[in-house]
Write a protein that binds this ligand. Structure first.
Ligand SMILES: Cc1cc2nc3c(=O)[nH]c(=O)nc-3n(C[C@H](O)[C@H](O)[C@H](O)COP(=O)(O)OP(=O)(O)OC[C@H]3O[C@@H](n4cnc5c(N)ncnc54)[C@H](O)[C@@H]3O)c2cc1C
Ligand code: FES
Length: 264
């Protein structure tokens, strides 16, 4: 049970572009910063339009409990994220969080290497995980992919967090390998064994990574994105179909799932 879930105020510290329609916001919210765990997310209320009553679910890429701040990198895709990008330092709002179940790091053996595979806005929770692995002294490699160089971030952050290898892919070849994260991830899995693969990105990418991990007999955790309404388990808008039958709610029972329990 998520005992820290609550409604918290926050203040914008920084809100700046980090790429093409890609924004980094740093918020001050001491209670959140001291309780949020990698793979969990927040549901942010963006002020400015009373007709928009739903919050925006966003993962986080870094947290600093000492200074009470949390960093989120998000893509500007619609009305809510456009208004979020317009928020200025010292502006305030509130959020619900920390939400959901994060990455299971204990599922990997203590000494083994793990592989992180991120695509597009899925880079945010993967960078959050990289920081946690660094704090735990775990060895890991990272594959990061984006459509094009201007939509790529997280490479420096992954290296700074101590990643062994960082492989970059872009669909158009403007940075790193031309192609998809799946090719780079399979190459690494072929070269060496990993205890676990952690992935977040577009659904077809995660489905393919899950298939590849299975082929190499490697555990795989996926962080799923679903449309969300309430964000706290009441409406079932975010249902995820399970192999065992029935559904689980992405907002409270996810967003991280074992790849083998999900119907792709
Ligand atoms: C658990 C979770 C974590 C997320 N973490 C991040 C993150 O770290 N960074 C980031 O950039 N985005 C993240 N998202 C996606 C983000 O919530 C949506 O992009 C955002 O809600 C869009 O709001 P909007 O009002 O700007 O766009 P809207 O006008 O509502 O929609 C614009 C477009 O985005 C699509 N969309 C809207 N909501 C979602 C959603 N929840 N999932 C997928 N597509 C959606 C719509 O179908 C539409 O095509 C996350 C989503 C979930 C569920
Ligand atoms: S968004 Fe309402 S139950 Fe998940």
């Amino acid at each position: 049970m998520n005992t820290h879930l609550g409604l918290y105020d926050f203040e914008v510290v920084k809100n700046e572009p980090v790429g093409d329609a890609l924004q980094r916001i740093v918020i001050a919210s001491p209670e959140l910063a001291s309780t949020i765990a990698p793979g969990q997310f927040v549901n942010i209320a963006v002020p400015g339009d009373a007709r928009h009553i739903t919050r925006i679910p966003l993962s986080y890429s870094a947290s600093d409990a000492k200074n009470g701040i949390v960093e989120i990198v998000y893509a500007i895709v619609g009305e809510g994220t456009r208004r979020l990008a317009a928020m200025k330092p010292q502006q305030t709002s509130d959020l619900v969080g920390p939400s959901g179940n994060g990455w299971q790091i204990s599922a990997a053996r203590d000494t083994g290497r793990v592989l992180l595979v991120a695509g597009g806005v899925g880079i945010t929770p993967i960078v959050g995980l990289a920081h946690e692995l660094q704090a735990r002294g775990r060895a890991f490699d990272v594959v990061i992919g984006a459509q094009t160089k201007a939509r790529l971030w997280g490479v420096t952050q992954s290296r700074d967090a101590g990643a062994g290898r960082v492989m970059i892919t872009t669909d158009d070849g403007s940075c790193g390998m031309r192609g998809f994260t799946t090719t780079a991830a399979e190459e690494l899995l072929k070269q060496q064994g990993y205890d676990c693969v952690y992935t977040c990105g577009p659904a077809p990418m995660m489905a393919a990574i899950a298939r590849i991990a299975k082929r190499y007999h490697t555990d795989c955790q996926v962080s799923l994105e679903r449309m969300m309404a309430c964000g706290f388990g009441a409406c079932h808008v975010c249902n995820v179909a399970m192999i065992a039958g029935g559904y689980k709610r992405c907002c409270t029972e996810g967003p991280v799932f074992d790849a083998e329990e999900v119907v792709w």
